[in-house]
Design a protein around this ligand. Structure first.
Ligand SMILES: Nc1ncnc2c1ncn2[C@@H]1O[C@H](COP(=O)(O)OP(=O)(O)OP(=O)(O)O)[C@@H](O)[C@H]1O
Ligand SMILES: O=P(O)(O)OC[C@H]1O[C@H](OP(=O)(O)OP(=O)(O)O)[C@H](O)[C@@H]1O
Length: 310
């Protein structure tokens, strides 16, 4: 099929084609009932049940495609957006719509654990290797400016920033860098390479973005997709906790499970008892169950939420 001739009037949605964000993005598309079949050789896939075309791109390129209006919306990291803003400048019109709360990590300045550098100021005038050259340049410009104003370094000193596209952590060991600027999540890669963090340039997570100049006719569909994705993300974050409680304990247990908006309280056939149903953050569920038990709640059930809508 000649895909290009099928793109007109479709909402173009950019999705990372590989890397850390890829699999979760596929889960999100499924959760939003966006059905497609992708020919592995093609980076464009027509959605079967909605007038959307998915465009599979490197996460680093998505801000530029969205920000210059070549695709209408996308998913990428805030780090990539910040880098693209510095690279492209004012022409980049990209708007963050929704934080997806995955792909969370920190962009950090790292140096060899066993070296003499312990402060970023010591890296001024030295060699930095990174995939985020614009963010690193901006970060070191500020430090250089400060040190120059204080007369602590000469005016012509400039930190050397070199681009590599991956395996940044190998740079110090290979003798091409005195420090690096790279992403850290668990810290395993950093530690395995004998590096330690000395500062954080920014924190990042994956977000849904849209182009600032999108045709009004596409806006309702874009809003519908964002609402579906948002519902799916909430469903991933929360569980539903149901339990029974003596009426006199209601006030106390509601403090433990206040819900996302408010809990549902229903009568039971036994007039002294009530049933409560409330959304609880997955990460808090064990503590919440312990506290409910201590406050006379019984028959506590935890149910997965497969999807939700605000
Ligand atoms: N370790 C990590 N933990 C969480 N999120 C990460 C991590 N590494 C990267 N990310 C996020 O994912 C985005 C894409 O990074 P990734 O390195 O996966 O991309 P890639 O270069 O396209 O893929 P690959 O490294 O496989 O070539 C980053 O910009 C960041 O927002
Ligand atoms: O703190 P950690 O949990 O170890 O994660 C950090 C690593 O993850 C990313 O790279 P990735 O593995 O995606 O590959 P890359 O180095 O080729 O970009 C990042 O660039 C770090 O190398």
């Amino acid at each position: 099929m000649d895909l290009v001739n099928h793109l007109e009037d479709r909402l173009l949605f950019a999705v990372p084609k590989k890397g850390r964000l890829y699999q979760t993005c596929l889960n999100i598309l499924k959760g939003a009932d966006i059905k497609f079949r992708r020919n592995p050789r093609l980076d464009i896939a027509l959605v079967q049940n909605l007038p959307i075309a998915l465009v599979f791109l490197p996460a680093a390129d998505i801000p530029q495609f969205v920000g210059l209006g070549r695709v209408h919306m996308g998913i990428t990291g805030q780090d990539q957006i910040a880098e693209a803003r510095l690279r492209v400048g004012e022409k980049l019109k990209v708007e963050e719509l929704l934080n997806l709360k995955f792909g969370s990590c920190k962009l950090q300045v790292q140096v060899p654990e066993k070296g003499s550098i312990t402060d970023v100021k010591q890296l001024v005038g030295k060699r930095i290797v990174t995939s985020f050259t614009h963010l690193a340049r901006d970060y070191f410009n500020n430090i250089e400016k400060e040190l120059k104003a204080e007369g602590k370094v000469a005016n012509d000193v400039e930190t050397d920033i070199t681009f590599v596209s991956g395996s940044v952590e190998a740079s110090c060991a290979l003798g091409i860098a005195d420090g690096i600027v790279d992403l850290v999540e668990s810290g395993e890669t950093m530690r395995a390479c004998g590096l330690m963090p000395i500062d954080t340039v920014m924190e990042t997570s994956a977000v849904v973005v849209r182009s600032a100049n999108i045709a009004p006719s596409l806006k309702p569909l874009l809003d519908r997709i964002v609402s579906r994705i948002s519902g799916f993300i909430v469903a991933q974050e929360f569980v539903l906790v149901n339990y029974n409680v003596p009426a006199e304990a209601l006030e106390e247990v509601i403090k433990i499970t206040p819900g996302k908006r408010t809990p549902t309280v229903s009568k039971l056939t036994d007039p002294g008892w009530l049933a409560v149903s409330s959304m609880v953050l997955k990460k808090d569920v064990a503590r919440v169950m312990d506290e409910l038990s201590q406050h006379k709640a019984s028959d506590i059930l935890v149910l997965e939420i497969s999807n939700s809508r605000a």
